[in-house]
Design a protein. Structure first.
Length: 188
């Protein structure tokens, strides 16, 4: 799976360029129609051509970037995918309860995080050591809450609640709770 930071950087660049193109067309149009004299018009064909180009570019950008979302294909084909590991995690009274002290995962394993809340709505987020988020989901009591993920790089991750669940939820963090390792058998 593509790392979410790569996707974020790529989308930031693409959408920034798209927004700059829109601003340039708006500036050009504004300049043309506010100039004094007879030459203060924009030909309809030229204006609508630029507008059509921007619409086509915007739609294309959305279609292209949709396929870069790392979890999209896994979510779309979820019914056919069998998890290699399942971690049943529960949350109650602002505390995570993990099946093990540390969740150990091998690279390229498909892991299902099944999270159950017994009292409030919480968040379940996995964060890198630089505090950037890998993924998150809302955990609603009385409903199935799970996320399927495949790690392709080694790393140590922290679990945090990503939803406000009252003042006691501020400290809902389990540092270095997930360890992903890559060895010869995991990468083949």
């Amino acid at each position: 799976m593509i790392d979410s930071t790569v996707v974020l950087n790529g989308q930031t660049l693409a959408y920034t360029c798209y927004c700059l193109a829109i601003l340039l067309v708006m500036g050009w149009f504004g300049y043309k129609i506010t100039r004094p004299g007879k030459d203060n018009k924009v030909a309809n064909a030229l204006f609508y051509s630029f507008t059509a180009m921007l619409v086509a570019l915007g739609v294309s950008l959305h279609i292209v970037t949709f396929n870069t979302i790392p979890w999209a294909s896994m979510d779309l084909n979820r019914a056919e995918i069998k998890a290699d590991k399942i971690f049943n995690i529960s949350i109650e009274k602002h505390k995570f309860s993990l099946p093990e002290t540390t969740l150990n995962i091998n690279c390229n394993e498909k892991v299902l995080f099944s999270v159950l809340s017994n009292d409030l709505t919480y968040g379940f987020g996995l964060f890198r050591q630089d505090n950037s988020m890998v993924f998150q989901m809302q955990v609603v009591p009385g409903h199935p809450n799970d996320i399927l993920w495949q790690f392709d790089k080694p790393g140590i991750y922290t679990i945090r609640s990503t939803e406000y669940s009252g003042p006691a939820g501020v400290d809902m963090t389990m540092k270095d709770a997930v360890i992903v390792t890559c060895n010869e058998t995991a990468t083949n």
